[in-house]
Design a protein around this ligand. Structure first.
Ligand SMILES: [Zn+2]
Length: 236
């Protein structure tokens, strides 16, 4: 079921107080139109009758695709709040686990922090690709070219639309201008190779250690590694 609640928010333009109905969760099997709204950046849109301003409200949202057994939780927030949001998410999942019957096998709930990540993850899972291996590929793309591909300034995103049978396509996004400014390709056969390579207990453990989750992102991982290194350097 898709769930909507009424929220009191402030118009970002004229500061008027508004009552708006916003989705807390969407079930895209029952309501495929909500998936399309989300992808078109129209879900949880609000309009202010006082100043005629239209805007989107970014709030926590559970995306549920029961047909594919896919659940994605979008926890919007600034990068500085990622650690706190991750803790809150894990607490929520614990509480949910406790509330479910013991013999119930719930699907894994993916955690994303931005709308871009949410849309990318939906495309990824719909294309039946493994999110950890895709992030591993991005990790290699960053690591091989750290000068040009600084994770603080560039996001690498999977691009479903331009991917083909032979190649997985990625775009780079400049995070200052938010412009897409480059294209990267990765052989699908090499992806299949990675999938096979990681289908081994020891190698899977390595991949899990690299991306333990619940937020799986090469970019965030590289930035946090770098922060940790500079913390260590400044304390030693
Ligand atoms: Zn207004």
């Amino acid at each position: 079921m898709s769930e909507q609640s009424t929220y009191t928010i402030q118009c970002p333009q004229c500061q008027a107080e508004l009552q708006v109905a916003l989705y807390d969760s969407i079930n895209v099997l029952e309501a495929p139109a909500l998936r399309d709204e989300l992808m078109a950046n129209q879900l949880n849109a609000a309009h202010c009758p006082h100043c005629d301003f239209s805007f989107r409200v970014d709030k926590q949202l559970l995306y549920n695709d029961p047909e594919r057994r896919v659940m994605i939780y979008w926890f919007p927030g600034h990068e500085d709040a990622y650690n706190q949001n991750r803790e809150d998410f894990l607490r929520m999942m614990d509480a949910l686990g406790d509330a479910l019957p013991e013999d119930f096998d719930p699907p894994v709930v993916h955690l994303v922090f931005t709308r871009t990540e949410l849309v990318e993850r939906i495309f990824l899972l719909e294309a039946d690709l493994n999110e950890r291996i895709i992030e591993y590929i991005k990790y290699m793309m960053y690591s091989r070219n750290l000068e040009k591909m600084d994770p603080r300034r560039k996001a690498i995103l999977f691009n479903a639309e331009d991917s083909t049978e032979d190649a997985l396509c990625f775009v780079t996004q400049d995070l200052e201008t938010m412009q897409f400014d480059g294209m990267l390709e990765f052989d699908r056969s090499a992806y299949e190779g990675l999938l096979e390579m990681f289908d081994d207990e020891e190698k899977t453990a390595h991949l899990m250690a690299l991306f333990p989750g619940p937020h799986i992102s090469a970019r965030t991982m590289l930035i946090q590694d770098e922060n940790q290194r500079s913390d260590e350097e400044s304390t030693s």
